[in-house]
Every structure is written in C-alpha cells, then in structure tokens.
Design a binder for this molecule. Structure first.
Ligand SMILES: CC(C)(COP(=O)(O)OP(=O)(O)OC[C@H]1O[C@@H](n2cnc3c(N)ncnc32)[C@H](O)[C@@H]1OP(=O)(O)O)[C@@H](O)C(=O)NCCC(=O)NCCS
Length: 201
C-alpha cells in the first residue's frame, strides 16, 4: 500500500531503508521526546524495520516511511492502538529537523488521515504529545486536533515517567479541515488486520 500526495509519498519501509532511517533518527533533537533513540547503530533502525510486517499482521501498528518526491525518506508516520470496535487509532509522526516548519508535517498528516478516515473508515484519530513538547502540541492544534487533557505517567522513558497530552480529530472535524483538501492517491490495500467491518445500517 502507498499513499501519494502532491510532494510526499507514504510507503512501507524495507531493509534497504535502514541507512536512511539511521541518518534521520540519529538526531537527538528529533527523538528527544521518544522512549527510543537517538540511533547509534544502523542495527537499531534495521531491527525496527524487521518488526514492522509482524506489527501490521497483528493489527498492532501500521508505520509508513514519509518519502519526499524531491529527496527521499524524511521521517515516519503511522497508526497504532487500533480499536476495530470503536473505529479509532492513534497517529504519531517524526520528521528530520530540516523539514520542520516546511508544511511536510501537514501533508504527511493529510495522507495518514486519508488512510484513517477514508481507507479504513475510522471515526477518531488520537494523538499524544509529551507535555513539554510544545512544538508537537502546537502542530496538532494548527491542523485541527483538539486537546483533551493530560494522561499522567503515561509513557516510561527508561526509568522516567512522562505525562502526555492527549489530542483528537473526529471524522467531521477532519472533513472541515485543510487536511481533507489535500489530493491523495491510494495504491494497493491496507493490511487486512486494519480493515474494519462495515458499519451496521
Ligand atoms: C512534531 C513534528 C512532526 C511537527 O512538525 P513541524 O513541521 O515541526 O510542525 P509545524 O512547523 O507545522 O508546527 C509547529 C508549530 O509549533 C510552533 N512552535 C515551535 N516551537 C514551539 C514551542 N517550543 N512551543 C510551542 N509551539 C512551538 C511553531 O511556531 C508552529 O506553529 P505555527 O505554525 O502556528 O507558527 C516535528 O516537529 C517533529 O518531527 N518533531 C520531533 C518528533 C516529535 O516530537 N514528534 C511528535 C511526537 S508526539
């Protein structure tokens, strides 16, 4: 499966992408609010990529490489915490620093929101941001996500517990947002484990 927008494509990472992901994820500014990283060896992104197919098959996570048409891989976005019953999932994104503030986040979110709301038929996209990650929180709000509150001690980074702000974008909010105006082409099918049953009529 691939999602193609005006300047970015989302596609599955392959083993050949490990060196590029290593470059992108070895910046401590980029991984500052994550439980992983910065990468110190290429074996780390290689191991991450090797686990992705199983995560897709189990319905745990669908992560996609964000690839710029003019330069190649620039980051990762994905859906996790899928609830098929409740028709929701959580979106997470990271981009190399030189792409921050360029609109790449908006287009990548438009592509992943299309996957969530159109291809998969979700009703809600959630998002988490560390309470100290002001940039991520502002980026979500400017795209139409609403801040719902704070989840206390939600993430463990090493032995440190982190409070996390919770955001969401509902289907009708997405329909009214700029994200829904971005043209998206979908090639291929989503992972079977992510396909939802048709809504009862
Ligand atoms: C989160 C991320 C994908 C957002 O993409 P981005 O291109 O940086 O986002 P944008 O530039 O569109 O929006 C960021 C907003 O935060 C603002 N901002 C910057 N620093 C800020 C701070 N310390 N506090 C609050 N707002 C801040 C910017 O001014 C901008 O708002 P504006 O467009 O209204 O001026 C990107 O920064 C990233 O990859 N960060 C590292 C990984 C990460 O933290 N991912 C999120 C995990 S929850």
């Amino acid at each position: 499966m691939q999602l193609v927008g005006p300047s970015l494509t989302l596609r599955y990472a392959t083993a050949a992408d490990a060196p590029a992901l290593f470059e992108l994820g070895s910046d401590g500014e980029v991984t500052r609010f994550f439980s992983w990283g910065p990468y110190t060896t290429v074996a780390e992104p290689a191991g991450y990529i090797a686990g992705l197919a199983g995560e897709r098959e189990r319905g745990d996570r669908v992560d996609l490489l964000v690839v710029a048409h003019d330069s190649g891989p620039i980051g990762v976005t994905g859906l996790s915490e899928l609830s098929r019953r409740d028709r929701r999932a959580v979106v997470g994104t990271w981009l190399e620093r030189r792409r921050w503030g360029t609109g790449a986040n908006e287009e990548s979110k438009a592509l992943i929101a299309h996957l969530g709301f159109i291809t998969l038929g979700l009703e809600r996209l959630g998002a988490y941001a560390d309470v100290a990650n002001g940039r991520s929180q502002s980026a979500l709000v400017r795209l139409g996500f609403q801040r719902e509150g704070v989840l206390r001690r939600w993430h463990r980074h090493g032995e440190q517990y982190r409070d996390v702000a919770l955001f969401s974008l509902l289907r009708e909010e997405w329909e009214r947002s700029r994200l829904a105006e971005v043209p998206v082409l979908v090639h291929g099918d989503p992972p079977p484990s992510f396909r939802l049953a048709a809504a009862p009529s």
